[in-house]
Design a binder for this molecule. Structure first.
Ligand code: PA5
Length: 430
């Protein structure tokens, strides 16, 4: 198994036997999920996605290879569930400085509305051969729709309308919506977002797979990892099922008064996995006055900013740590005859040895300081390991929602700010 969960620093915060007592509730949540009888059961397409999408993986890879020929940059437009999954996977797998890229450079837009960002983006694209992937199920979400208008115009001006059409992929609803109509009318290459998959569960549909394949990563590997986790979480008994264990532990801690869960990692490439996870858990659980607030921390960076609060602030925090067994060594610390910083005792150790020690030290310190720590350990966060992780979190999230007694697949609370914004901008009818 490439992903394991270690609860040894979390269980001491719970009365003996708590998890065992929760087993019937977890089994009931699993039953509701798998028999498709729970709340939101028309949005359960993600359950079988690894298998379903594996059938399309070769086709997606071939088509994206063809699309990206001659392109050195692709701008992926989308927000929320139509953005975070692709970004999480691409950032996890990519070299942080863009070296040895297996495909074109991937830039993102449509995930905020900061004007100067667009100016810089367009200036940056000026001498490049570039294309666009626009992702929106509704086609009317403000941020990506505005970004697509602006970038489509820029692309048409750069290469002419006919070639621009060949350089645009639209990923949207199969039949309905503004983007579907525009794409069909304009003749863009299109991919369909299944009706039965909500945004935050859509990373293993074309929403995530097409940008990831365009970036040159192995989507079959990603889906194979996810499929392995789908099988494991469907068949493993309670004590060997990482999704059951994670959902039960965080639920039990929440019942004890823990209100915030910080997803932390000593692996900087996982920053956007944490952003994706925040949406997954925040939108799925935070409703009807219930839910754990999901936050993120990147270590060791945030030990120098959030470390104080983690160690000594109000004791309402759970920490979930993403760890990797095969981190890779990094450079050795050289000796320095002057030793002014007093670090010669580290001579010959690798940076990763030190990162591991920082991680072990942090787990012990936080647990001793009153923070339950849940450790999620992958052999390696390559394509398969990331696939494992994404499905694990999705499955545990659905179970967590049912345990809490909420519908984990809707998001009624995200509309109100939009109504206010549209009224302020004078949209007719608001
Ligand atoms: O989870 C959600 O529903 C949201 O994050 C949406 O995915 C996001 O608002 C984008 O919506 P759309 O794909 O319709 O543009």
């Amino acid at each position: 198994m490439s992903l394991t969960i270690d609860l040894s620093h979390a269980l001491p915060f719970l009365p003996d036997g708590t998890l065992e007592q929760l087993e019937p509730a977890i089994q009931e949540a699993e039953h509701q999920l798998m028999s498709r009888t729970g709340a939101g059961n028309d949005f359960l397409g993600w359950l079988d996605l690894p298998r379903r999408s594996l059938n399309d993986a070769q086709k997606f890879t071939l088509e994206t290879n063809r699309f990206r020929e001659g392109l050195d940059t692709i701008v992926v437009i989308g927000i929320g569930g139509s953005y975070l999954g692709a970004r999480a996977v691409i950032d996890s797998l990519a070299d942080p400085f863009g070296q040895n890229r297996p495909g074109p450079e991937i830039l993102f837009a449509g995930h905020h509305m900061h004007g100067p960002y667009f100016n810089s983006l367009i200036a940056n694209l000026k001498d490049k051969n570039w294309g666009i992937v626009v992702i929106s199920k509704s086609g009317t979400t403000t941020e990506p729709a505005i970004a697509f208008r602006i970038l489509r115009r820029a692309l048409e001006e750069a290469v002419g309308p006919q070639l621009a059409t060949k350089r645009i992929i639209a990923i949207t609803d199969g039949q309905r919506g503004a983007l579907r109509s525009l794409a069909d009318k304009s003749g863009y290459l299109t991919y369909t977002i299944p009706d039965d998959v909500g945004g935050r569960f859509s990373v293993l549909t074309p929403v995530g797979l097409i940008p990831i394949a365009l970036a040159g990563y192995n989507i079959e590997g990603l889906l194979t990892g996810a499929d392995r986790m789908a099988n494991l979480t469907r068949t493993a008994p309670f004590h060997e099922n990482p999704a059951f264990q994670y959902a039960a532990t965080r639920y039990a801690l929440h019942q004890q008064g823990f209100l915030i869960e910080v997803l932390g990692s000593f692996l900087p490439q996982l920053q956007y996995v944490a952003e994706w996870w925040k949406q997954l858990y925040g939108e799925s659980e935070g409703k009807d006055g219930k839910g754990i607030f999901p936050a993120a921390a990147g270590y060791t960076t945030d030990l120098h900013s959030m470390g104080q609060y983690m160690q000594d602030g109000p004791r309402m925090l759970i920490e979930t740590l993403l760890e990797e067994l095969e981190e890779g060594p990094g450079p050795e610390v050289p000796s320095d005859p002057q030793d002014l910083d007093g670090l010669n005792f580290l001579t010959g150790k690798t940076v990763s040895d030190i990162n591991q020690a920082a991680s072990q030290g942090t787990i012990l310190a936080h647990a001793e300081g009153g923070v339950p720590v849940i450790r999620i350990i992958s052999t390696k966060y390559g394509e398969e390991g990331i696939g494992d992780l994404l499905y694990f979190f999705e499955k545990a999230c659905a179970l967590s929602g049912y345990l809490l007694g909420v519908n984990p697949f809707d998001q009624p609370g995200v509309e109100l700010y939009k109504k206010n914004m549209f009224r302020l901008l004078g949209k007719p009818g608001y």
